[in-house]
Ligand binder design. Structure first.
Ligand code: DC
Length: 210
C-alpha cells in the first residue's frame, strides 16, 4: 500500500473532496495545503500585516475533521470566501511564505499514511511521494461544480464569473516563478471531467493498492 500520496491540480478539480474520501477509506490523515495558504491570506487581510510577518509566526492547525485553526481560532468557514481565494493565490507567490508552509507540510507528512493535496506537492513538497496524482477537469466543468455547490448552500452566483475567477487563479498559480502548479513527471494524470466522485475515488484507491 502506498503510504504517502500527493494530489495536485487546478482549482475546483475535486482534489479536497476526493482526497478526504480516500483518506477516510485508507485510514490516512488528510492534509489540505490550500487551506494553509488561505489561513495566511485571512490573517493578512484581518491584521493588515505583511504576508512575510504573518507567515513567520502564524500557528496553523488542521484537525481530523479537516477544520482549520489559526492561532487557536476556528477559521474553517472564513477561509472559503472569494476574497480569501484571491488573496491566497497572491500570498502563494511569495517565496518566504512558500518556504515556511512547505516546512510545516513536510513535518505534517513525516509520520506517513497521509494524503496531501495542493499545487506543488508532487513537484516540491514531497518529491518522493509513493503515489502522485494530477487531478484535472475542464474549466467549464469546474465552474459548473462550484456553481452547484454554492446553489446547494443557498448562495446566488453567476457561473460566468465563477469560470473567469477559476481561469484567472489557475493562470496566476501556473505562471508564478516559485513552485508553480505543475504535473510531476512521475504523476498519474486523472481527468475527472466525465467521472463521478465514486469513479475517481475507486481509481485512486486502485493506484494506492498497487
Ligand atoms: O486549493 P485551494 O483553492 O484551497 O488553494 C488556495 C490557493 O493556494 C490557490 O490559489 C493556490 C495556492 N496553493 C499553492 O500555491 N500551493 C499549494 N500547495 C496549495 C495551494
Amino acid at each position: 500500500m502506498k503510504k504517502i500520496i500527493a494530489v495536485d491540480g487546478p482549482a475546483g478539480a475535486g482534489k479536497s473532496t476526493i482526497s478526504k474520501i480516500c483518506a477516510a477509506r485508507l485510514g490516512y490523515t488528510y492534509i489540505d495545503t490550500g487551506a494553509m495558504y488561505r489561513a495566511v491570506a485571512l490573517k493578512v487581510l484581518q491584521s493588515g500585516k505583511d504576508a512575510v510577518d504573518v507567515a513567520s509566526d502564524i500557528q496553523i492547525e488542521l484537525d481530523e475533521a479537516a477544520r482549520v485553526f489559526v492561532d487557536g481560532r476556528d477559521v474553517t468557514n472564513q477561509i472559503r470566501t472569494p476574497e480569501v481565494s484571491r488573496a491566497a493565490s497572491d500570498v502563494a507567490k511569495i517565496g518566504f511564505v512558500r518556504k515556511r508552509l512547505t516546512e510545516l507540510q513536510r513535518q505534517m507528512a513525516a509520520r506517513g499514511s497521509v494524503i496531501m493535496d495542493g499545487r506543488d506537492i508532487g513537484t516540491q513538497v514531497l518529491p518522493n511521494a509513493d503515489l502522485k496524482i494530477f487531478l484535472t477537469a475542464s474549466a467549464d466543468e469546474r465552474a459548473r461544480r462550484r456553481f452547484e455547490e454554492l446553489k446547494a448552500k443557498g448562495i446566488a452566483a453567476d457561473i460566468d464569473n465563477i469560470r473567469e475567477e477559476i481561469i484567472a487563479r489557475d493562470k496566476q498559480d501556473s505562471e508564478r516563478e516559485i513552485a508553480p502548479l505543475a504535473q510531476a513527471a512521475d504523476a498519474v494524470p486523472v481527468d475527472s471531467t466525465r467521472m463521478t466522485i465514486d469513479e475517481v475515488v475507486a481509481e485512486i484507491l486502485r493506484l494506492a493498492a498497487c
